[in-house]
Design a protein around this ligand. Structure first.
Ligand code: SF4
Length: 375
């Protein structure tokens, strides 16, 4: 499985909780940035001799901050330089307020077959707290327009644990979106990341997020409602109609290889992880002068990579294949973890099927503390 990630680091405004490489109000010529990304794509394809891609993912930032023709140019370039698997998954992250019917029609026509809409909430109050530049009406309109454009794989990003959010408001948002029958739903708990505006508010005691027990109720509610609407949980935070699981992200969780292009983008090939220059202007300058854009490079040792594969794979409901791990790393999970794994099994947090190691339903509820014992 080979995947390509293309990072578009521009947004309408910067959300106060966001720690992604994304910039609002940057004075930059977007065509210049896209030219630099195209040059990097050429560089990757030449180095690897037309690899076969099974997924292409335009993420951000807000890729739909660009014109649809600019996304089309990038995609066409990829088609010229790479081989595409017959069932290639081509995803674009979109934000309501940056797309309309014509835009989504264009994306569908150019071959994008999965659209991931960053809705986050259907409460206008929560959207304001999150600093999002759209409201509930725009969010639902974007979803309907994606359906009208012909997308049969629409994903929605939602966020819970938002300041002032209650179980009731989370339930209302979920029920509303599920009634539109998205094929995929990602529900991420808000985490306050260092360096964000939310972290400053938290330090000043001005950020009131829901208590742990409310979060647990929200978790239960999410699983119940998704199941009722035909979305199966396949990863800790992700639910999908069977067959519509995100191929690109599954590759990450299985610690597969992925190429990347764009400012701040991270690639990982044959165990070597590389991060690119995050400043889009510096990134452009480096590409234009044929200089390297990699600012951080790390090759994990065998054991560290093994542990990472275990922890990432356990995010999947199906768990991680013990045979695959052994074939790849020459290490057996039972022998490697010994008593720590036995303890997790005795406490019904992890179970071992004949082929896989996986979290139990109880283990998924406290996934972070389980992973901390294995990382
Ligand atoms: S839209 Fe997404 S990427 Fe952009 S600032 Fe908000 S959270 Fe960050």
């Amino acid at each position: 499985m080979t995947a390509l990630y293309i990072h578009i680091p521009f947004c309408q405004s910067k959300c106060p909780y966001c720690s992604f490489v994304s910039f609002a109000g940057l004075e930059i010529d977007y065509d210049r940035y896209l030219q630099a990304v195209q040059s990097e794509i050429v560089f990757i394809s030449e180095k690897l001799q037309r690899p076969l891609l099974r997924s292409v993912f335009f993420g951000g930032g807000t890729p739909t901050f660009l014109k649809s023709s600019q996304i089309s140019d990038l995609l066409e370039r990829c088609r010229l330089l790479f081989n595409f698997d017959a069932s290639v998954e081509i995803s674009v992250e979109a934000n309501p307020g940056t797309v309309d019917q014509l835009y989504l029609d264009d994306l569908h026509r150019m071959g994008v077959n999965r659209i991931s809409i960053g809705i986050q909430s259907l409460s206008d109050m929560e959207l304001r707290i999150l600093g999002r530049s759209h409201d509930r009406v725009q969010a639902l309109r974007a979803f309907e327009q994606a359906q009208s454009a012909g997308f049969e794989n629409i994903s929605v990003d939602f966020m819970y644990g938002v300041p002032e959010q209650t179980c009731e408001s989370w339930k209302r948002s979920l029920e509303t979106i599920l009634a539109y029958y998205p094929q995929h739903l990602s529900c991420y708990q808000l985490t306050v990341e260092a360096g964000t505006v939310f972290s400053q508010w938290e330090a000043a005691g001005k950020l009131r997020t829901p208590d742990e027990n409310v979060i647990e109720q929200m978790d239960v509610l999410t699983r119940d409602l998704c199941q009722r609407f035909g979305l199966e949980q396949y990863e800790i935070s992700n639910f999908a109609v069977p067959g519509k699981e995100c191929r690109h992200n599954i590759n990450y969780w299985l610690n597969g290889d992925y190429y990347a292009a764009g400012a701040g983008a991270v690639s990982c090939i044959a165990g070597k992880r590389e991060r690119r220059e995050a400043d889009p202007l510096v990134y452009c300058r480096l590409m234009e002068n044929s200089q390297g854009v990699i600012v951080e490079s790390e090759r994990l040792k065998n054991e560290a990579s093994f542990r990472e594969s275990v922890v990432m794979g356990l995010r999947m409901v199906a768990g991680v294949s013990c045979q695959d791990l052994y074939a790849h790393y020459g290490l057996g999970v039972d022998e490697y973890y010994g008593e720590s794994l036995d303890w997790l099994k005795r406490n019904s947090l992890i179970e071992r099927t004949p082929s896989h190691l996986r979290l139990t339903a109880r283990g998924r509820q406290v996934a972070n503390s389980v992973m901390a014992r294995l990382v």
